[in-house]
Design a protein around this ligand. Structure first.
Ligand SMILES: Nc1ncnc2c1ncn2[C@@H]1O[C@H](COP(=O)(O)OP(=O)(O)OP(=O)(O)O)[C@@H](O)[C@H]1O
Length: 290
């Protein structure tokens, strides 16, 4: 199958009755509990939530890096038992091989699978073209900007033709302008490839702009607090971020996360608690400021 052939019918992620606890020397840490999520084939779904609520834990379990303590993770009905080329993963930290050129980085997974040179060159060039990187195929990673490195990371994760793409805060280290361009590039690639995407982010605007649906998690131990469909039409334009529909979604999600962030602070912080610290809230409530 060609690397850019549509896989619309594949990539159905299902997470059921999921829980995951970490065993530490101080005992068991419940990171995620009683969680169900799904991503339909070709859907773009984001997970947001307060810091430490278990977003990465959940994503890593879908990737097969972590084993659930309870429940199941399946992709197209098959239980996830470990990492697989069928599930491409992109991390916040660029994980490119510094001694390989851009194209060699992208070809790596294909070479490991025994694909012959001309086919893998063609596949790599096609994907690099979709990411606007064709002119950089012979460059080494240290000569690339952060945004370019992350584009190579995404292209590399896509090169083996995965059914799903999993991204953990992929644009978190980038400046605001680059981030916006990266969002557009990712959307374009996703629409061309018709791949299922599960995307973890702290950035509410990013989650709304990119997604068909957004899951909002509770404070740790994380579970699903709300599932929000994003009915904005596609293709999406930056100007939509100022629309009343977008702003209403943003307000709703922000208040959900704020509620959970305050819980995550264990009630240590409250409007009354701050009075003693002499912090001027300019007449706003703490929830509005945070
Ligand atoms: N290896 C580990 N051992 C013990 N506890 C861990 C481990 N990894 C994560 N945790 C804890 O599990 C909880 C969930 O962590 P996780 O990284 O999944 O959250 P997150 O929502 O992705 O966080 P952030 O938004 O800060 O990136 C956190 O309280 C974290 O401290």
């Amino acid at each position: 199958m060609s690397v850019i052939e549509a896989k619309a019918a594949a990539g159905h992620i299902e997470v059921k009755n999921f829980a995951l606890s970490y065993e530490t020397i101080d005992g068991s840490v419940a990171a995620v509990t009683d969680t169900q999520i799904h991503v339909k084939p070709g859907e773009f779904v984001s997970i947001v939530g307060p810091s430490g609520c278990g977003k990465s834990t959940l994503l890593n379990a879908v990737a097969g890096f972590l084993k659930p303590t309870a429940g199941t993770v399946t992709v197209d009905g098959e239980e996830v038992k470990g990492p697989s080329a069928e599930r491409g993963m992109v991390f916040q930290q660029y994980s490119l091989f510094p001694w390989k050129t851009v194209r060699e980085n992208v070809e790596f997974g294909l070479k490991m699978r025994g694909m012959d040179r001309s086919r893998r060159e063609r596949a790599a060039r096609t994907l690099l073209g979709l990411a606007g990187l064709e002119a950089f195929e012979k460059h080494y990673p240290d000569r690339l900007s952060g945004g370019m490195k992350q584009r190579v990371g995404i292209v590399r994760a896509l090169a083996t033709g995965p059914k799903v793409l999993l991204l953990d805060e992929p644009f978190g280290a980038l400046d605001a302008q680059t981030r916006v361009i990266m969002q557009q590039i990712l959307t374009n690639m996703w629409q061309r490839l018709k791949i299922s995407v599960l995307f973890v982010t702290h950035d509410i605007d990013e989650a709304i702009f990119l997604s068909d649906r957004v899951y909002c998690m509770t404070a740790r131990p994380g579970s699903i607090k709300a599932e929000i469909p994003i009915p904005l039409e596609r293709p999406r334009q930056q100007s939509m971020m100022m629309s009343s529909e977008f702003l209403a979604l943003r307000r709703g999600l922000m208040s959900l996360i704020r509620e959970e962030s305050l819980k995550a602070m264990g009630g240590e912080i409250s409007d009354q608690g701050l009075q003693g610290l002499n912090i001027d809230l300019h007449g706003q409530s703490l929830a509005d400021v945070l």
